[in-house]
Design a protein. Sequence first.
Lengths: 516, 341
Amino acid sequence: MRDLEVGEHLYRFPGGLKLRHHKQIACRDPLARPDLPEALYLPLQQHQGPFGEVLVQPGDRVLKGQPLSRARNDREVPVHAPTSGTIREIKPWPVSWPPAGEAECLILEPDGNETWFETNALENWHDAEPAELVEHIRAAGLAGLGGAMFPTAAKLRGDWRQVHTLILNGSECEPYISCDEMLMRERPGAIIEGGLILARALGAGKVVIAIEDQMGAVDKSLTRALAEHDPNDICRIVEVTTVYPEGGEKQLIQVLTGAEVPHDGLPQDLGLVCLNVGTAAAARDAVIEGKPLIERIVTVSGPGIAHPRNLLTLLGTPVSNLLAAAGGVDDDIERLVLGGPMSGLPLASDRIPITKGSNCILVLRRQDTRREQPVMPCINCGECVRVCPASLLPQELYKYLKAESHEEADSLDLFDCIECGCCAHVCPSHIPLVDWYRHGKGVLRERGIEDARAQKARQRFEAREKRITEEKEERRRKREQRERKLKSGGDARSEVQAAIERAQSRSTESDKDADQ
Amino acid sequence: MKVMLAGAPHIPPISTVSGVMKQVLYALIPAIAAHLWFFGLGILFQIALATGFALALEAAMLKLRQRPLGPFLSDYSAVVTAVLFALCIPPLAPWWIAFTGMLFAIVVAKHFYGGLGHNLFNPAMVGFAAVIVTFPLDLSQWLAPRQLSPGLPGLWQTAHAIFTGSLPESLSWDTLSQATPLDALKTGVAENRLVTEIRDAPIFGDFGGLGWEWIANFYALGGLWLVYRRVISWHVPVALLATVVVVTVPMWLMGPDINPSPLQHIFSGALVMAAFFIATDPVSGCSTMKGRLLFGAGVAILTLAIRRFGGYPDGVAFAVLLMNMAVPLIDRLTRPRTYGH
């Protein structure tokens, strides 16, 4: 396949929604920091994949930026101390995923001194080997800051074809979230430097920074930074039309290239890698300043918060601290959401800490989430079909899942659903479609695991049966042979004769070999 | 802090079933007003009767099926069925027409199949098919439009005709009623008369029937508003009307004496109404966009076939019901390609 000129032409993806974006309300005030909390709660796992080896014990004094765990491969991501202080405990604590669940957290009590651990900067990244850059990025604990928290190092090296273009995703697309917009305004240079570093790590020749067409100030600040940091014209800025969910990796790639990521493949199959702009800035800090990922910008917004704003937050800070820093919440709040209103995760409490993928805390009151009717039957209106960016048939998936025909739903490509929530948002019957799909996927995954287990057991059983019958057969054959020999004594003699002949012919042959 | 754990999306959906149904009702107001102007007060009685029967039967069925009354009686779906049915029957049809129609529409077509969202067939058209088969004579007694009428029946006369089933002594069907344009065309062609000749009759207007064509315009007006509001998609009306044109233009060009013009087809009978309000019924229609194009085209072809070869002057109801049968197959064959497949 020919390399596509990314962003040269803009394409459309099917479906999607134009939503009121409500982004500016959190961008009026400058970036601020919440107060240093009494304790930071650091989940060991802040990414997709297993966590590495824990390096500290309760009671240990740690410095700002000190690694608290160690990655043994690209799928593991280390966690660093966001500030200096003492490790009080390692214990389960409420986290955002699984919802209402708990996970192993390091509890760090800050000493307020902000004493830095040794930093590990690269002198001249322009001359560094890609592997060296990836190593730095891995050691700095980078995982996708867009929300998916995929280990960045694992995205940068793997066994796939040459990546020609790095896409930096700056199109947040969900309403209310503006942390990336804030970052692009405040640190455009860091994003571009980070993009160039990541491109070098990938061996990609081009970087495309995708922003939304309604982010006016961002375009200007990035363009200015390009002039300063990108003398070789590697980066280009592309404005995409704000249609939810164009910030989704698959949709953004479709918009920029017209191509689709194969359902059983990766963007790398198209020669592309897509990373969040925040990840690029973090990569720059890791390589040029030698600083690990210990803080990020979080949007605190929504109708239920007094002063919506963006906060530069240490990882591990409890949500309650951010809410306080944004002026506090209304009395009648009903939901706390991590992420945006369309696909964010519900939070069970405000004790939950900020992690690497926490982009937004959304505060909603009762009247903001109110439904005007109970769930009605599907009237087959087809609105969900019209808005589905994956070109699925959401109403049919729902009918099959409701009837517990999970295999049918699977054959209708349930697993290609990106859970963007467009279908549920337009459904006049108010059916919680995304909940049905999540549940259906869970059932199918569980069945998949069970199937695999059953298959393995069956294989083991069959192998054993085969072995036993073979052994029996072998024993029977030998017995028969013995019986035959005993019956005819002549046979035994001729066998001896044959053995002698064989020995003689061997010795003649070896003589011949010696002559040559 | 007490918060609720509920899945995304966290903001409320942008529409409701009752909202969708209400918009369909609003979109019918221009056509109802035109109907009222050309054919008198009968339509208001028919709407009131059909709506009353529909809601009563809906309530009874919900009760029998042990479903909550509140949300389902207030979803306006039964009202839409009733109003569409009322617009299809003659203005002075006796009350039992509306009752029978709603019995078949609400009880048989809707609730026997599982209620809202589960009916395979368009309820209004099931009701209409039932009464046109059961009461063919009553269904053929259409009033002449205002311009050709010696005087449209007044309030009392209309009430008398509808509630007793017979006209007041001062009126007679001979003076009041007239063959509908499609009837006249059908019998005329059967008698080997030329279309141009048949069209000389005063019941014909510029394109379709006098009065009828204006009602069709107002259906289109309401329908276009529904397309604009995205309550219905453009696929069905466009496919339906375009197919009528594509099929009838060559026939009309080849034999203008025996084949009506495309415009006459479109502006006669219930075609425009069907294009925007009947064939667009979501529950009994296709849900894929390609499927909707096929559905609309199928309704058009079957309607034309019934008009030309069938026993009824108009065939919209049967065409829609036949296409309803094909919906599961069409939907299956027109599944869109999933992203990345």
